[in-house]
Design a protein around this ligand. Structure first.
Ligand code: SF4
Length: 216
């Protein structure tokens, strides 16, 4: 699968602000999912968030409510985020695909290619400190390759200079609770990435007066 980073941006997407981007997603007919969706699901959360959570695609409840990660999987995501001091309103949450595949089937490569410019633009606008990729499809769309979560999690990954932490999708964890401990380890990894960036930013601020003084 072609990494999202290497796909050309859809016409005009690369200059859109948030309102135009959301309107374009809601009106999009670039793949066949526009014919079966109830509504497109652009994303939700803070547009100044340091953490971007990326999932696969809307499910039935998301398609109905127009919001990503609702229902039982959404509740579990909320619990996971709270466990590391984050809540849904302080992160931004989006999916690779903005429209629901019928019967929740896997996204096709063509659908991912058609929809990826929207996620690319969301990342460009948000400029998050860390991206949390939940599930294989999210990880592959951002990083390329065909890796599975079990092989990718715990590794050092980067999308456009932004650290990417890979973990299990909450819907998978509901079916496979034995992997919740591993998901917890991934969230600690996310917390570490955030702390490292904060420490680096504080060090840079602390250094500025000294550099200024040395120049005088
Ligand atoms: S899934 Fe993406 S590319 Fe396909 S119609 Fe929806 S918004 Fe457009």
């Amino acid at each position: 699968m072609t990494p999202a980073a290497e796909l050309p941006a859809a016409a005009g997407t690369d200059t859109m602000g948030w309102p135009e981007l959301e309107a374009a997603i809601r009106a999009c007919e670039a793949c066949g999912l526009c014919r079966t969706r109830r509504q497109a699901v652009p994303g939700t959360g803070s547009r100044t968030a340091r953490v971007l959570v990326v999932g696969e695609a809307p499910g039935a409840e998301e398609d109905q409510r127009g919001e990503p990660f609702v229902g039982r999987a959404g509740e579990l995501l909320d619990q996971m985020l709270l466990a590391v001091g984050l809540d849904r309103r302080r992160v931004y949450i989006a999916n690779v695909l903005k429209c629901r595949p019928p019967e929740n089937r896997n996204p096709t490569p063509d659908e991912v290619a058609a929809c990826s410019p929207f996620l690319q633009r969301q990342i460009a606008l948000l400029q998050p400190t860390v991206i949390l990729a939940l599930g294989s499809f999210a990880a592959r769309a951002l990083l390329g390759g065909e890796g599975k979560v079990g092989a990718l999690r715990g590794g050092s990954h980067v999308y456009a200079g932004i650290p990417v932490v890979v973990s299990y999708h909450p819907a998978y964890l509901l079916r496979s609770p034995q992997d919740k401990l591993r998901a917890w380890e991934d969230l600690c990894h996310l917390q570490d990435r955030l702390a490292e960036t904060t420490a680096a930013a504080e060090a840079a601020v602390a250094l500025q007066p000294k550099i200024g003084a040395a120049d005088r």
